[in-house]
Design a binder for this molecule. Structure first.
Ligand code: DON
Length: 621
């Protein structure tokens, strides 16, 4: 069921449209999108049941760029790419050229496909580089400075999404143009960007080039000020003219490697051999993968496979729940009008299912090309049933990971969702890992480099910045992709039509945030806006505590928390927000319902209806 198609031409979309790349190159700008050419292309494609297209992202200007591309006749892939590029300018905390991510593409009646443009560890990376002379792990080395940086995947990933799944009606140059304009002309800093720049951990990570741009005169940029990024505009222009070749070779690659070489390694004082170099950039390749597909409450879930852990954990957890008598709990919650919408029993089942799935994450998940991830065993009916019947009346804090039967002989991320009128959907999550990644802004090229190597389990059993522990499955190795929690998700109904597109930032909280919205929409039948705003919980096996949001969506019912505590659940009510979901649902009449999570502020847009910003709140996550 699960396979990896390395660099394979991913399916029939381009041929079906009979589109020639040369033809697109010959057509320029807005005029090429003459409406008259679009219907003929679409007739052979999908029965349109969506009344309008929609885009949801973390920034209103980026959402507006995506909406404009849809209104011009571009499809979901075109709009996703243009939105992601705009985010690289107006949402530099997480939008990026120097990071990586995952995208899912689903079209009506076609097999979906997953694009893995995750960063990889450089060829010379090895765990010893992260230890001091006494052999003790220096945590900061995987978070700050040159050894934190994985080979970026976004420039190749976004281009390949455009090339393989774009409509063919919009030129590459047209998709990059809005990002160039925003970098060159500038945009107004919002309270979210100011808030992130003010965080001490962020300010402390920033290199000299980043401080000059984002802390002019030594103080963070303030909301209301204009941020102009001429270096980034120059990079985007080369990218627009030459595609990813401009980034993985030539002046941008040279500037990137120079930036790495001139940074200090925490606790070492000097640049250490082993950071990424020009050969690593030249060798970078995206991977097209077959998505994981599962079912919950009669709907098909399309999810990201390894090296994401998100798809596996969501499918495992929801499969465990699906066989429990959920209906009675839903009715009981409805009748009692419970705050948070779930009974203590339902919350208990959910937390226990999460605990077991995250135990498997810590033990069995990593890059499938370096570690034999037992995906089929982890999703097998046998294990799901074992997990389900093992849920007792009380919390089981001792639950362990799946153990293979003895073998016969030997052994600040950001998400955007798009749907177009043909029913094509893209769920794309991209990340620099921490806000502004490693804090290294490439001097002269104007983009930040990720600190994705902290997503590896650099020392077994030692938690990373998200408190996640890991094992050999996710050990750092040259050329390997670090395990991710990013969980872009698409849901289709029994006719194969997309009904939900979603995703979130938040490290491991991504998995529970996405799952929570799925549970609320598919099981509790909540309206999407309510489901996104409802209070969230989070459980990741270690630490033992389950977190409950204190004040989002009215918070949780204290009686529910007391009842869970009585069942043996360690509980922590947290001030911080858990994730930030950007989601689109399609209702019975084919109308898209687009909603952006108010937790971190973003904006939802529907074609012909404009863009609506989520209410701003101070960033805490
Ligand atoms: O891939 C991962 O799991 C992490 N690099 C994601 C980091 C993240 O979501 C940070 N956002 N708040």
């Amino acid at each position: 069921m699960i396979s990896v198609a390395r660099e394979a031409a991913p399916g029939p979309a381009r041929q079906r449209r009979g589109f020639s790349r040369l033809r697109a190159r010959g057509l320029v700008g807005f005029v090429l999108l003459a409406a008259c050419s679009a219907p003929a292309e679409r007739e052979s494609f999908a029965p349109a049941r969506i009344q309008r297209g929609a885009v949801v992202s973390a920034h209103p200007l980026a959402t507006a760029v995506g909406i404009e591309v849809l209104e011009l006749g571009g499809n979901a892939a075109d709009a996703a790419v243009a939105t992601a590029l705009a985010l690289a300018v107006v949402y530099p905390q997480a939008g990026n050229l120097g990071g990586g991510g995952f995208a899912l593409w689903a079209a009506y009646g076609e097999d979906p496909i997953a694009l893995d443009f995750r960063e990889v560890a450089p060829r010379r990376a090895r765990p010893e580089l992260y230890l001091d002379e006494d052999g003790v792990l220096v945590d900061a080395r995987s978070i700050t400075g040159p050894l934190a940086v994985g080979v970026p995947g976004s420039p190749q990933g976004l281009y390949r999404l455009y090339e393989e799944r774009g409509s063919g009606l919009v030129t590459w140059e047209r998709l990059v143009a809005p990002a160039i304009a925003l970098a060159e002309g500038g945009f107004i800093v919002d309270p979210w960007l100011e808030g992130t720049l003010r965080q001490a951990s962020v300010a402390g990570r920033m290199n000299g080039a980043a401080r000059e741009r984002f802390y002019p005169l030594g103080a963070p940029l303030r909301a209301g000020e204009r941020l102009v990024q001429p270096d980034l505009a120059r990079t985007l222009k080369s990218y627009s003219e030459e595609g990813p070749a401009a980034f993985y070779g030539g002046w941008i690659a040279e500037a990137l490697v120079r930036a790495i070489e001139t940074e200090q390694v925490p606790g070492a004082g000097i640049a250490v051999d082993g950071a990424l170099d020009l050969d690593d950039l030249a060798a970078y390749r995206v991977v097209w993968r077959e998505p994981l597909r599962g079912r919950f409450q009669g709907k098909e879930l399309i999810a990201m496979p390894s090296p994401s852990s998100g798809g596996l954990v969501v499918l495992q957890t929801l499969s465990i729940l699906d066989g429990l008598p959920l209906g009675g709990e839903v009715l009981a919650a409805r009748e009692a009008g419970l705050r948070g919408g779930v009974t203590a029993t339902l919350a208990h089942w959910w937390i226990e299912a999460l605990r077991a799935s995250f135990a498997d994450r810590a033990t069995h998940m990593g890059d499938p090309e370096y570690y034999d991830v037992p995906m089929e065993s982890l999703l097998s009916a046998k294990l799901i049933l074992q997990r389900r019947v093992a849920i007792g009346p009380r919390a089981n804090l001792e639950v362990g990971a799946w153990a293979p039967e003895p073998p016969p002989e030997s052994p600040q991320t950001t998400h955007l969702s798009v749907i177009d009128v043909d029913g094509n959907a893209v769920a794309l999550t991209t990340t620099l890992n921490s806000s502004f990644g490693s804090g290294i802004l490439v001097r002269g090229a104007g983009f930040f480099l990720n600190n994705e190597l902290d997503d590896f389990s650099i020392a077994a059993g030692v938690p990373n910045q998200y408190g996640l522990i890991g094992s050999q499955a996710n050990a750092l190795e040259a050329g390997k992709r670090p395990l991710s929690s990013m969980s872009p998700m698409i849901v289709r109904d029994d006719r194969g039509a997309v009904v939900l597109v979603l995703g979130s930032p938040g490290g491991p909280r991504i998995i529970t945030a996405v799952m929570q919205v799925l549970l609320r929409v598919l099981l509790l039948e909540e309206d999407l806006h309510d489901a996104v705003r409802a209070p969230r919980l989070h459980q990741q096996w270690r630490p033992l505590e389950t977190w409950f949001e204190a004040d989002q969506g009215g918070g949780w019912d204290p009686e529910l928390l007391e009842e869970l505590a009585a069942r043996g659940h360690p509980i922590e009510v947290v001030e911080r927000s858990l994730g930030s979901v950007q989601a689109i649902a399609v209702d019975e009449r084919g109308q898209p319902i687009a909603t952006s999570d108010p937790r971190r502020g973003g904006a939802a847009g529907v074609t012909g209806r404009g863009v609506q910003a989520a209410a701003p709140r101070p960033a805490k996550d």
